[in-house]
Design a protein around this ligand. Sequence first.
Ligand SMILES: [Fe+2]
Length: 170
Amino acid sequence: MQTLEDLTKTCTIIIWVASALHAALNFGQYNYAGFMPDRPTMSRRFIPEPGSPEFAEVESDPEKAYLKTIPNQLSTLLGIGIIEILSRHASDEVYLGQRDSPDWTTDVVPLEAFNKFGKSLEEIEKRITERNNDESLKNRVGPVKIPYTLLYPTSEEGLTGKGIPNSVSI
Ligand SMILES: [Fe+2]
């Protein structure tokens, strides 16, 4: 890095990846994949070839054939347990734009920048809510009526499908 612009860009990428990008992928895992048949984590056998006994079973009893193919009950329980833990927010989670130590600095310039950043996060949360309620946006207001919440900056404790922690451990 040679310039202030290089440093700013690099810090922005690190903050984005470790906060919002991670949150958008991580905290929806339970909602999207908590029901194993929707998103099996593995296949226990090859896709059957036409003419084979396994293919005949798919044709005659597809549900039974599918259950023989996706993970068994023990693997499924372990998988669901792991993604539930990964998708939860702790009670002491510190979200993007928040600090757990209010006296982290007395310098006015970073304090003002931090406040400005917090305000723009509030604006983003409002914009996400508006888009979720805009019926002209079919990717937001579809037949199942599940709002997009993964990039809401804040959340409550638990399995919420929203909230961007300030940092990640894994
Ligand atoms: Fe993660």
